[in-house]
Design a protein around this ligand. Structure first.
Ligand SMILES: NC(=O)c1ccc[n+]([C@@H]2O[C@H](COP(=O)([O-])OP(=O)(O)OC[C@H]3O[C@@H](n4cnc5c(N)ncnc54)[C@H](O)[C@@H]3O)[C@@H](O)[C@H]2O)c1
Length: 341
C-alpha cells in the first residue's frame, strides 16, 4: 500500500512511519521540519520504501506531489500545542486551516483514504466524566489565541465532514488526547517530556497552578495502530473517534510518580498560572475520554499505564544523551504546560 504522512517527521508521525514501513507500506512524508526533525526518521531514511519531501502543507503543489498515487493519507502536520499557537497565532491558523484544506483536496483528487488528526482540545472546558464524540464544545473567547488551536481543529473537522458528505471523500477524524511517548519534545510546552527532563537533570519539577488539573495520557504505541486500523474501516468515514488514555492522573501526581520512577532527588514547585502565562490564561481542570466508539469499531484499548509511559520517556531522554533534558532543566528554560496537545 502507498501511504503519505503529512507531519511525518514529528513525534506521532515518525512512529506511524516506522510502523507502516514495518507493515510493508511505501511511505512518503511531507514535513516542513518546523517542529519535527529528521532525527525522528533516522530508521526510515535507511529504507528503500521511504521518501521524504521537505515542504509545507501550505504549498498546494508540494501537497499534490506528496499525495500523488497514494492509497491513504494521514494528515498530522499542524502547529501543535497551546504554547506555540499563543506565540504564533497567525501562522498557526494558516497551517491548521488552509494547510488542511490543501490536504483534503489532494486526497479527494487521488480518491485516497484520509485520516485527519484532530484533538481533545475541541471539547475545550467541558470537564464531564466521560467525553463522547457528541459532547458539547465549551470554548473561551474566539479572540483569545489560547483557543485558536481548538477553533482551527474544529474547522478542520467541519471541513472534513463536508468533504465526506458533499464530495464523497473517505475521511475519518481522530481526536487525540494528550498522546505521549519517546521522541516527543518538551520544547513547545508538552508536560511529560518537560517534567521527566527536569527530573533527570535534578532540577525542580515545575507544575502549574495547584497541580490538581488532571489528564488521561495515552501512549503513542497504543494510538498508532489504532490510526492504521481506522483507515481500513469504511464505516469510520465521516465519523470522529476519541483516542485517549484510560487512567486519569493529576499533574501533581504525575510529577510525584516521575520523581519516584526516575529515582530523582528533585523537588516539585507549584508555579502560579499568571507567572507562566499572560494574565487571563485559561486551563481546563480535567479531560476524560470515552473511548467506547473506537473500542467498538476497532477494539482500541489504551493498554500502557502512566508508570510504563514514564519509564519509556525517561529511557528515551537518557538515550538521547539527555541534552534536551539538561536544557529543559535549566532555570529560565521553558516550563511545562499543564495541558498541551
Ligand atoms: N501529541 C498530542 O498530544 C496530540 C494531541 C492532540 C492532537 N495531536 C495532533 O496530532 C498531530 C501530530 O502531533 P505531534 O504531537 O506529533 O506534534 P509534532 O509537532 O511532533 O508534529 C507535527 C509535525 O508537523 C510538521 N509541520 C508543522 N507545520 C507544517 C507545515 N506547514 N507543513 C508541513 N509540516 C508541518 C512539524 O514539523 C512536525 O513534524 C497534530 O495534528 C496534532 O494537532 C497531537
Amino acid at each position: 500500500m502507498k501511504t503519505t504522512i503529512t507531519g511525518g517527521a514529528g513525534f506521532i508521525g515518525s512512529h506511524l512511519t516506522d510502523y507502516l514501513l514495518a507493515e510493508g507500506d511505501e511511505v512518503t512524508v511531507l514535513d516542513d521540519l518546523s517542529t519535527g526533525s529528521l532525527d525522528n526518521l533516522a530508521e526510515a531514511l535507511d529504507s528503500e520504501s521511504f521518501s521524504f519531501i521537505e515542504g509545507s502543507v501550505l504549498d498546494q503543489e508540494a501537497v499534490r506531489r506528496a499525495v500523488a498515487g497514494a492509497d491513504r493519507v494521514f494528515h498530522l502536520a499542524a502547529a501543535v500545542g497551546v504554547q506555540l499557537i499563543v506565540e504564533q497565532p497567525l501562522q498557526s491558523l494558516r497551517t491548521n486551516i488552509h494547510g488542511t484544506e490543501n490536504v483534503l483536496n489532494a486526497a479527494l483528487a487521488e480518491d485516497a483514504v484520509l485520516v485527519l488528526a484532530s484533538t481533545s482540545e475541541v471539547y475545550g472546558k467541558n470537564a464531564s466524566d466521560s467525553l463522547d464524540e457528541e459532547a458539547d464544545r465549551i470554548l473561551g473567547s474566539a479572540l483569545k489565541s489560547r483557543w485558536t488551536y481548538a477553533g482551527a481543529k474544529g474547522i478542520d473537522e467541519a471541513f472534513a465532514h463536508a468533504y465526506w458528505s458533499e464530495l464523497g471523500l473517505k475521511v475519518a477524524i481522530v481526536r487525540l488526547f494528550n498522546t505521549v511517548g519517546p521522541r516527543q519534545t518538551g520544547r513547545y510546552g508538552m508536560v511529560v517530556p518537560n517534567l521527566v527532563g527536569q527530573a533527570l537533570a535534578g532540577a525542580p519539577l515545575t507544575v502549574f497552578g495547584d497541580g490538581l488539573q488532571s489528564r488521561c495520557f495515552s501512549y503513542v504505541g497504543d494510538v498508532v495502530p489504532a490510526l492504521v486500523r481506522l483507515s481500513g474501516q469504511e464505516s469510520a468515514f465521516g465519523q470522529a473517534f476519541n483516542l485517549g488514555g484510560a487512567q486519569e492522573v493529576s499533574i501533581l501526581e504525575l510529577a510525584e510518580r516521575i520523581v519516584e520512577r526516575t529515582g530523582s532527588d528533585s523537588s516539585i514547585t507549584l508555579v502560579p498560572y499568571e507567572q507562566a502565562y499572560a494574565p487571563g490564561y485559561e486551563d481546563m481542570r480535567r479531560r476524560v475520554p470515552n473511548n467506547s466508539k473506537a473500542n467498538g469499531l476497532i477494539g482500541f484499548v489504551p493498554g500502557t499505564n502512566v508508570d510504563r509511559i514514564i519509564d519509556l520517556v525517561a529511557e528515551d531522554l537518557r538515550q538521547r544523551g539527555s541534552l534536551e533534558a539538561r536544557l529543559m532543566g535549566k532555570p529560565g528554560a521553558l516550563a511545562p504546560l499543564a495541558a498541551a496537545g
